[in-house]
Design a protein around this ligand. Structure first.
Ligand SMILES: [Zn+2]
Length: 214
């Protein structure tokens, strides 16, 4: 079994990149959100435990997430190639993931860190506009609607999510950097951290990551 991890700030384009790599390789895109949804739907004991937290609007604790990851790995086949997205988020989770992978006879093979300048992330996220009617996503400069503030698809009004205001974006980035600094050191010391320039286009970033994939 092979395992790689995608690390990147909010707005770094992890989702688009993961999708590009999935299409071009045999890597499966593994997000903890998806694994949680599958476990909850399947009604496994761990899934039901996770559901009880989600119903209360609480974060699912690390140990429950780790168990779900472990169960997913236990079902895996030796030829599986997994690409983790959004997990691990902390050093503690990274250590636990190593232990879970070891049980499955695997390890983290490569960690891809998406490098994007802060001002690029701020412009990507703070320029985002969403349709109140149909949820379509626009960007004031990159994907502008035909008429300002109006959805091309349904004519609904466009708005900026409070999460995407410049001050909130800067705050989210600071939280991300604080959380992941030790995680980045951890993988750098293992010699498996690989930088990918994700400040350009998703296509270029995907191409660069594919060229560095072992
Ligand atoms: Zn719309």
């Amino acid at each position: 079994m092979k395992a790689i991890i995608l690390l990147g700030a909010p707005g770094a384009g992890k989702g688009t990149l993961a999708e590009g790599v999935r299409k071009e390789t045999d890597y499966q895109h593994v997000s903890t959100g998806d694994m949680l949804r599958v476990a909850v739907k399947a009604g496994t004991p761990t899934g039901l435990e996770a559901k009880s937290y989600m119903e209360k609007g609480e974060l699912v604790p690390d140990d429950v997430i780790l168990r779900i990851v472990g169960e997913r790995l236990a079902e895996g086949r030796p030829e599986d190639k997994l690409m983790f997205d959004g997990f691990p988020r902390t050093l503690e989770q990274a250590r636990q993931l190593d232990a879970v992978l070891e049980k499955a006879g695997a390890k983290v093979d490569q960690v891809f860190l998406l490098d994007v300048p802060t001002e690029t992330i701020v412009s990507r996220l703070s320029g985002r506009r969403i349709c109140k009617g149909c949820g379509a996503v626009y960007h004031v400069t990159n994907i502008p609607p035909k008429a300002e503030g109006v959805c091309d698809k349904c004519g609904g009004p466009l708005y900026q999510r409070p999460d995407d205001s410049e001050a909130t974006v800067l705050n989210r980035l600071e939280v991300y950097q604080r959380q992941t600094a030790s995680l980045i050191d951890f993988y750098e010391q293992k010699g498996i951290l690989i930088h990918v320039n994700a400040g350009t286009t998703p296509q270029d970033a995907t191409k660069e990551m594919l060229s560095k994939l072992a």
